[in-house]
Design a protein around this ligand. Sequence first.
Ligand code: IDP
Ligand code: MG
Length: 137
Amino acid sequence: MERTLSIIKPDAVKKNLIGDITKKFADEGFRIVAMKMIHMSKREAQGFYYVHTKRPFFDSLTDFMSSGPCVVMALEREDAIAKNREIMGATNPAEAAEGTFRKMYADNIEQNAVHGSDAPETAKFEIGYFFSGLEQF
Ligand code: IDP
Ligand code: MG
């Protein structure tokens, strides 16, 4: 079993997609082991995306991520990290496969509906960024 961090980003929350997205995770065999709705401050969004500090889109990305509430979840499944990346689709919705969250729901490469950890070390950091041990089931 492996755990990954998922975020339903502010664009998808605004579109009322929380139910559709969590249903798909259940259908794909993920167990939600932690979950909450939060509205990140700019500083909290910068901390979450610190690996992208030097990227040209960092300021705009962290404005977007702090623009409204999002849903953060820790998900558990066999091969959770890769499976979540698969059902999310490519970062740019124009390149995302049919049926993926980003193909179905994303507006553009920045406002792209969902986040998913990309490796075991990042999953550990990202889950710990939002959830204490007591909040994980
Ligand atoms: P990922 O979310 O598919 O792992 P990353 O490269 O880690 O993609 O980028 C993190 C987030 O930054 C993306 O999900 C997207 O919201 C935003 N982003 C990535 N590339 C660009 C870009 O070229 N322009 C604007 N925003 C971007
Ligand atoms: Mg990434």
